[in-house]
Design a protein around this ligand. Sequence first.
Ligand code: BLA
Length: 519
Amino acid sequence: FVTNEPIDLTNCDKEPIHIPGMIQPNGVLLAARRTPTGKIVQCSRNSGDLLGRTPDELLGTPLVDLIGQEVMMDLVKRDLNAVASSDLQYLKLLIEVDGLPVRFTAVAHESEGLLILELELETDDNAEGSEDFHWIRNFFVKLKQTSNRYAASQVAAEQVKEILGYDRVMIYEFDKEWNGKVVAEAKKPELEPFLGHHYPASDIPKQARALYLRNWLRTIVDVDYTPVEIVPTVQPLTGRPLNLSLSVLRSVSPMHIEYLKNMGVYATVTISLIHDGRLWGMITCHHYSPKYVTHRIRNLCNFLGAFFSNELYQRQQLDEYQAELRLRTEASRIAKIFTANSSPFHVVEDLYASENRLLQMMSASGAAVSYNDKLLLFGDTPAPGQVRELAGWMGGKAKNYAHQTSRLSLEFSPAAAYKAKASGALYVALSPGQQNYIIWFRPEVLQVVDWAGDPAKAVIQEDDGIRLSPRKSFEKWRQVVQGTALEWKTEELNALIELRAVVDNQTKSDLQRAEEQAL
Ligand code: BLA
């Protein structure tokens, strides 16, 4: 998707972010042919600063001259494809710079046939080993102690914040349309909370999400950096710019840099949360001044992120299973109201007594029950006439006695009049002819969502017509989700099966009545 169009707010998903031709300045990038004597064919312009050798001095010379025989052989033999995402290994190198030995840490990967080596100066890393074990143990123990996925997310955010020494760490979760929500947050107390904030899918464009599936951890050390060019621009094997998809130094999209600047953020670490080949969320970390994080700590966070992602997913399966059991019990209790009571009067009485149960079981804000030519309304619902009209439409759409939508007014236009109360509707028929039914309602998402803090305070630039700020993002998200409610969950839909007993019972009594009349 290489494009020559200028990139602006309308086409960010076209920006070829994997081939910026530049890196961040906190390291040097070298590209060489992957043979024991392979020559350096591309390098970043800052090589003189860090390695004491300018690009002119490096280009065309064998990489082995710089890094030594042993490391070079290792890199030629190693399976570099495995290094990409989650591999914990990085190299430690001693390179002579202006006559003195200097320590570097480096990561290597392969890009379209070339060996890419990215070197960063080694910083004080003394605590290695025992510290890591301490972090890992703490993380595991604390995660295990939590009882649900939000508590687990909170622990992950707190632990990562502590490990990184960052100002703010958020767990950001995508919905089906790739809009996102901050589901857990650990932050310095004086910072404005972002917990519960929603953002539109376009804040993290499609090609970026695709890239983050392959490259699990990224960092920006200082948003004010001056990008460093890679020379020459074109990689010799492909005739195209060097593909930096798996690079750790890749220069970041200027669009995203602007977004961060507008938020007042100076440094970020972002860790992909992946399950079954799907990016379901990210750990996004913000620091309000420039901050370098060592390879060791980045790798540790990458590992803990992968562990957390897996752990959370397993829990979710368990949570869903338990939720379904609970829901089925609730649903069969509701079913019994209809099947066990002999008189319609008692049915109605019991229904009124079960109002809370009826609403809570489906996390609904309103419900309507039509029974025996009566329409009973619970909680927040459209007017009786509107409910009857809606029941006609939903009954017509029903398959297996049920129909659901979480975007009612977009599918059934009369519902626009009451979309605030009912953008989600879940219908189940209680009699074969559908005279008896229940409809649960959920409000438009916009009615229930708010900013956890004062949105105005999260704004840095507002009146410049630029949308790249959290406040403008929130507005965009509001437009995107207009007329929609929270989705009905699989376990909620599955529980409806318990209400089939009511239909069966009704069918039986109808048959009985018919037989009695026939006698
Ligand atoms: C990337 N946008 C991102 C990333 C995040 C966000 C987390 C990944 C950055 C990384 O991995 O380093 C968005 N960050 C957020 C959100 C929060 C946050 C929502 O902390 C909430 C708290 N972004 C826009 C618009 C465009 C855009 C309008 O908002 C396009 C015009 C582009 N975002 C954009 C691009 C990237 C990005 C191109 C990829 C950056 C890169 O990896 O080079």
